[in-house]
Write a protein that binds this ligand. Sequence first.
Ligand SMILES: Cc1cc2nc3c(=O)[nH]c(=O)nc-3n(C[C@H](O)[C@H](O)[C@H](O)COP(=O)(O)O)c2cc1C
Length: 350
Amino acid sequence: MMDDAKGPDAKASKRKDAHLALAASDLAMSGIDAGFDRVRLDHCALPECDLAAIDIANCCLGRPVSAPLFIGSMTGGTTHADAINLELAGIAEAAGIALAVGSQRASLEAGRSQAAMRERAPSVPLIGNLGGVQLAMPGGIDLAKRAVDDLRADAIFIHLNPLQEAAQPEGQTDWRHVLAAIANAVQELGVPVMVKEVGAGIGPDVARRLFDVGVHAVDVAGLGGTNWTRIEATRRADAALFDPFLDWGLPTVEALQAVHAACPNGRLIASGGIRHGLDAAKALWLGAALASMAGPVLRALTIDGVQAPDPDAAMAVMERCKDQIRLALFLTGAPDLSAFADVSGRVAVP
Ligand SMILES: Cc1cc2nc3c(=O)[nH]c(=O)nc-3n(C[C@H](O)[C@H](O)[C@H](O)COP(=O)(O)O)c2cc1C
């Protein structure tokens, strides 16, 4: 592993480590909930299936996974963040679930590599990550290619985070030509391009434009969980500017329902404020093919974002989530995911 960077890269490293500690704190939680408590699944008093035999195994990006669940994009680019990512890779492999990494830009620009993650997680889907605004900059497509190659990724997430960038003291606020850059990445990268927000949500209009240019999946990444406006505002001298915007965005459930109604054949991913397996099951019920958690996994792994990782604790959270998804299927009388799609009345898009 390389030493952390010097000069401007050292600033990015410091920011990334500060983010980890802030993201694990109570300050990072949205003031508005994601909406899962208002969703009720149809209880079936006669399930006619065996809880012990409920099957939630699935296929994700061409690889078999044990559940329609993954660890959300989080971190990378510093010694501490890379150590956390390696632990996450081990957890994903042991749990048989996909793993998305955080933005690879700082890591690649500092000459670091996250290739060890693929060695730690050889059989599960690994998903790379780059910002949409960075993709649209000169050299952005080459950075995206290097991100995919470095990780030997099965797909890449392009994240859209205009609010986070606006709130970030050093953020990028020229968002012209980002859709064209995503359309170009779809053509050029040779792996599926998926698009996500980071906790302010993707609505139906943006989702439609993304599917129109050929993106493989849209992760609505809505409001209700980790809140980047709150995190970034703490690092500003003029934090009051963002006071009215702290809970700006589309709550996850609202985003999911609106995007599923507008794009019933689009492959959807749900994240943002998913606390446990029942929330994940509700997301599937509302039309998502996959659900992911970021902040809750970070807190299970490191408690405060700084402590030495406890992979057993994070593993226990993921296994409990899987059991909760199985329980939700059982209690709706669905022996497997396709039956669950049938009882929810939605179109299953694998
Ligand atoms: C510590 C941390 C770092 C993150 N870094 C990134 C990132 O680099 N790229 C990205 O697309 N999303 C990033 N996210 C956002 C998550 O992927 C996710 O969209 C958001 O946290 C909402 O999910 P949650 O409520 O389960 O945490 C990060 C989240 C956390 C907690």
